[in-house]
Design a protein around this ligand. Structure first.
Ligand code: FRU
Length: 467
């Protein structure tokens, strides 16, 4: 499940993840390990972290200890340090509340082999049942390491000079944000508000259940961080992705030019254990670049595929302009199979895109400009009955701040997922699908009383990134 230990080091982007090697359903957790090169090729590595006497290895993060504050490495060869949650099954089964603690491990060969710290756990537990998912980052304001930890219904921030000794400095969120479920997988980082010099801090909190379209989802808060405390006067609930399958996402540490790169897990605890897959269980989103923009006086977090994703897309096929008459459907044959990018721009606000195959599966994405809502209907998209809550309802995404004029619609379609980006990531929906056959045509229905123009429509194949 979750992406873990996202860190850039010595030319590669590490992607560790929650992994149970013996089955495709969730079980005793390890950290699996992949690396991604700058050109988006992915390579599997050995398992990085195995359970030990302190427990299973739940989610967490990784940092490059450049100043060797931990003493694990040297100035010439700084250690990669992983910070994770230990989950002690025996404790949980015995009905205790103190079974989640935080541990660390280090690697001196860029993530290939790992040594657990003998002083683990570095943070114990005074009886908080859900106490997990440490995200550590270098805190320039205080020249210390900061750790974000979730504690049931809120966030805690801890600081440390050396990654081994930690002190709690603040908490956030008991009375703010959505609280339909337990808080998980926090992240906190600064972003410059585009077009200004202002810096705001963004807090990501995964929540399960309690997402707007059901089950697991990721909310965010925009605010300020003084080195110890995060504050936000945000009253409304904000969500990073309104689809049902983008959870537990966090961002990379140590990237070049401070680029904020996000990866999420494409599933939902409502049905993650039941999806009709063989040999594999679930996948990650494409890496996305996060940015802060202002629309109608509101700060909004955009998420959009990294520019390098373009290197995977076949540029040979030409884009076409299409005009569709009022209340008419136009059928576009799809050639690239379910591993493609579909892209166009339009000023239209009232249309339905239906992906169809020869088995009569149909996936419908509809924009309703009058009611300012976009709907995603996977009820007939393919296999859906493996769990009753997978496709029991049409998903809705309010698009209140979508301005008039030309907008880009971009869809990344894979064998079992759809990543939909409206207006360069202002509105995003990520969803799994299990069509019985490849979609072979796209029906573009103009629901309005005027002819619409679809500009630069393209459907292009996307290369696979691993063998
Ligand atoms: C989120 C999560 C984390 C936990 C991990 C266990 O999906 O529940 O809170 O650390 O998965 O696999």
């Amino acid at each position: 499940n979750d992406p873990n230990g996202l860190v850039y080091h010595k030319g590669v982007y590490h992607l560790f993840y929650q992994y149970y090697p013996d089955d495709i359903v969730w079980g005793p957790m390890h950290w699996g390990h992949d690396v991604i090169t700058y050109m988006m090729k992915l390579e599997h590595k050995h398992i990085a972290l195995y359970p030990d006497k302190n427990g299973l290895i739940f989610s967490g993060s990784a940092v490059v200890d450049v100043n060797n504050t931990s003493g694990f490495g040297t100035a010439e060869n700084p250690a990669l340090v992983a910070i994770f949650t230990y989950h002690l099954m025996e404790g949980e089964k015995a009905g205790r509340k103190d079974f989640q603690t935080q541990g660390i491990a280090y690697s001196l060969d860029n993530g290939y082999s790992w040594t657990k710290y003998e002083g683990n756990p570095v943070i114990g537990n005074d009886g908080i049942k859900d106490f997990r998912d440490p995200k550590v980052f270098w805190n320039e304001k205080e020249s210390v390491w900061s750790m974000l930890l979730v504690a049931g219904d809120h966030l805690q921030i801890w600081n440390s000079p050396n990654l081994k000794e930690w002190e709690q400095v603040s908490e956030f969120g008991k009375n703010q944000g959505a609280h339909g479920g337990v808080w998980e997988c926090p992240d906190l980082f600064p972003l410059q508000v585009e077009g200004t010099d202002a810096i705001k801090w963004v807090l990501l909190i995964s929540i399960n259940p309690g997402a707007p379209n059901g089950g697991s989802g990721t909310q965010y808060f925009i605010g300020d961080f003084d080195g110890k405390t995060f504050t936000s006067d945000q009253e409304e609930h904000k969500w990073l992705d309104l689809g049902r399958d983008n959870y537990a996402g966090v961002t990379y540490n140590n990237t070049r030019d401070n680029e904020r790169i996000f990866i999420g897990w494409m599933s939902n605890w409502d049905y993650a254990r039941d999806t009709p897959t063989e040999k594999w269980r679930s996948a990650m989103t494409v890496p996305r670049s996060l940015s802060l923009r202002t629309s109608n006086g509101n700060h909004e977090l955009y998420n959009y595929p990294l520019p390098n994703f373009e290197s995977l897309v076949d540029k040979a096929s030409v884009a076409q302009d299409i005009a569709i008459k009022a209340n008419t459907a136009h059928t576009i044959p799809l050639k690239a199979g379910n591993q493609s990018e579909i892209r166009f721009t339009t000023t239209a606000r009232d249309f339905v895109l239906s992906f169809e195959n020869n088995t009569k599966d149909s996936l419908a994405i509809a924009m309703d400009g009058k009611n300012k809502v976009l709907t995603f209907d996977r009820r007939n998209s393919g296999l859906t009955d493996f769990k009753n809550n997978f496709a029991s309802a049409v998903q809705e995404m309010p698009i209140e701040n979508l301005l008039e004029g030309e907008v880009e619609i971009r869809i990344i379609l894979d064998a079992s997922s759809v990543e939909l980006f409206i207006n360069e990531g202002q509105y995003v929906m990520t969803n799994q699908i299990f069509p019985r056959d490849t979609y072979t045509q796209l029906e573009f229905l103009n629901r309005s009383d005027q002819e619409i123009k679809v500009a630069e429509f393209s459907e292009r194949s996307v290369q696979r990134i691993w063998e």
